[in-house]
Write a protein that binds this ligand. Sequence first.
Ligand code: SAH
Length: 247
Amino acid sequence: MASKDRASQKTADQVSLNADQAELQKFAELAHKWWDVNSEFKPLHEINPLRLNWINDLVDLKGKRVLDVGCGGGILSESMHFKGAKVTGIDLGEKALNVAKLHQLESGADVDYQCVSAEQLAALEPASFDVVTCMEMLEHVPDPAAIVAACAKLVKPNGSVFFSTINRNPKAYLLAVIGAEYVLNLLAKGTHDYAKFIKPSELSSWARHAKLDVMSLRGMSYHPFKQTYRLSDDVAVNYLMHTALPA
Ligand code: SAH
């Protein structure tokens, strides 16, 4: 289906859209900065090689049909394309998608970007993707469990779904909100709402409810003095989860 048709369908579904307009607006205001590695998106650029290699080591992206849910300006989508995957990127932020489309003219990536919700695409193209990624997005939506369920519906049997988000506890509040937004100025103030952070136990339970098996959990830790990120066993703040749909 052409993306124009999907856009007109969106109006009919708007009432039940699982999206927070204020969250989408925050990202719209920053949209022109997606590919500025020194902007508010710097942390996403810095963690990208870590998460990309982690995913690629687990599933070998070459030749895989991949869906990137909440793709934003396409940082992860493009990098998965360059690993040899056939990537579709979806987001409800039109401005981010426009930036993503423009950027690939420059980078030579070939990602199919569409403005459609995960739930809408799941109804249209169930069991279509070998790999689904949904990174740093669940903490921005009203009903994250519904996004997890849509991802489970979109992936093929035997396929993998990868999530990343932020844990909810005092350390996460201190580092991801106070530290990142107020002390280090890594992110724009108001980027994250502590109440929307997600414990790994909650994400695991939504995944299991959607028939996804939880395969592994990794922490992503930031070293404020070295200013570097690394994968770790510490899932107290940022973490990644690999889930898989049984055959
Ligand atoms: N996944 C990307 C971008 C993360 S930023 C990365 O990790 O590099 C969060 C993104 O989620 C933004 O692009 C925002 O527009 C998108 N988003 C927020 N709510 C959404 C929703 N309900 N459906 C789809 N995308 C959404």
